[in-house]
Design a binder for this molecule. Structure first.
Ligand code: UDP
Ligand code: MG
Length: 320
């Protein structure tokens, strides 16, 4: 039994875990192997069980039983990775906090590099994926496109392409991060928004150890859309310009048709065609803009409900 409960650790490692029963023990072993190499380093491991339906919470409790540095937050149900990460960061006490996936995709030996950059003065250290062995065309083009659109339109944050949730934040950045109250959140976007002195660390992502990734294409697309709406008001501005441009254009076209048809009498394009095309165009634009507005309103709606971000099942949590 290792006792370090009453001192604040230098490092907090936050590990969101959803149905990771096959990875808990092995990843814990990897982590402790690396962390104990640095003899002067005190640390805590904050596991957040995101309402797993398998034996993840039991596996985590086993760890907590044999190692006092392990703390376990068990959610009452699945709240999603972004919220799980948020909870972990809120409970972290370290001078530095590192966020890592539970499936071994974020290599534990890189922690030393993160810490080195932090000790050299960086307040936020961002893990950037060098290459993934198995990234499909749709996923890689999708993410490229996302960063392009995002950076062209985001109001005040620039996202680093291939940047991941594998990150270190210092105490100051953590305390600022904890002031965010929004529900629809993307952790990396919020950390970028916080600012401070940044450094990057390149790493090659491992294959997931056991089990299946739960973030499929649809879940990723939804996350992308959500962070777009929460970080940028550009679509709303674009709508106004598009609306103005189309109105002006249709007035110009109207004037042209009047002159051509009624005064000069030389019209050779079918009027019905022009009209049909124009109506189609307008309807499309209206539908798109209505959809977008609905999206923004839905965000206002969920934020206005002001529900708690997550619910913790305290009877199955350890060390809170
Ligand atoms: N995760 C979570 N809640 C969820 C889904 C995933 O906490 O609802 C965790 C998961 O256990 C893992 C990390 O988030 O530690 C990344 O998930 P996954 O490996 O499924 O996705 P990837 O990003 O690798 O595609
Ligand atoms: Mg994974």
């Amino acid at each position: 039994m290792i006792h370090m409960k009453h001192t604040t650790p230098v490092l907090s490692v936050v590990i969101p875990s959803y149905n990771e029963q096959g990875n808990v023990a092995a990843f814990y072993q990897q982590l402790t192997n690396e962390l104990t190499k640095d003899k002067s380093l005190t640390y805590e491991l904050i596991y957040v069980d995101d309402g797993s339906s398998d034996n993840t919470p039991e596996e985590l409790q086993k760890l907590a039983k044999k190692d006092d540095r392990v703390r376990v937050i068990t959610f009452s149900r699945n709240f999603g990775k972004e919220i799980a990460t948020t909870a972990g960061v809120q409970y972290a006490r370290g001078d530095a906090t590192i966020i890592m996936d539970a499936d071994g995709q974020h290599p534990a030996d890189m922690i030393h590099v993160f810490l080195k950059k932090w000790r050299a003065g960086a307040q936020v250290v961002i893990g950037v994926r060098k290459k993934t062995q198995k990234e499909g065309f749709v996923s890689s083009t999708g993410s490229k496109l996302f960063y392009k659109i995002m950076n062209a339109s985001a109001d005040d944050v620039k996202l680093i392409p291939k940047s991941t949730d594998f990150r270190l934040i210092d105490k100051t950045a953590r305390e600022e991060f904890n002031r965010f109250t929004e529900r629809n959140r993307i952790t990396r976007g919020l950390i970028d928004w916080v600012g401070y002195q940044k450094a990057t660390v390149e790493f090659v992502a491992n294959e997931r150890m056991a089990g299946e990734a739960t973030y499929g294409f649809m879940k990723k697309a939804k996350l992308g859309m959500n962070s777009f709406v929460s970080l940028s008001l550009a679509p709303l501005h674009l709508l106004i310009y598009a609306g103005l441009a189309i109105t002006l254009l249709s007035i110009a076209a109207g004037i042209f048709i009047i002159i051509d048809d009624f005064i000069l009498n030389q019209l050779n394009i079918s009027g019905a065609f022009i009209l049909g095309d124009f109506i189609l165009f307008s309807v499309g634009l209206l539908l798109t803009s209505q959809g977008l507005i609905a999206l923004y309103i839905s965000h206002i709606h969920t934020e206005a409900q002001n529900r708690p971000l997550y619910i913790i099942d305290r009877s199955r949590s350890v060390g809170l």
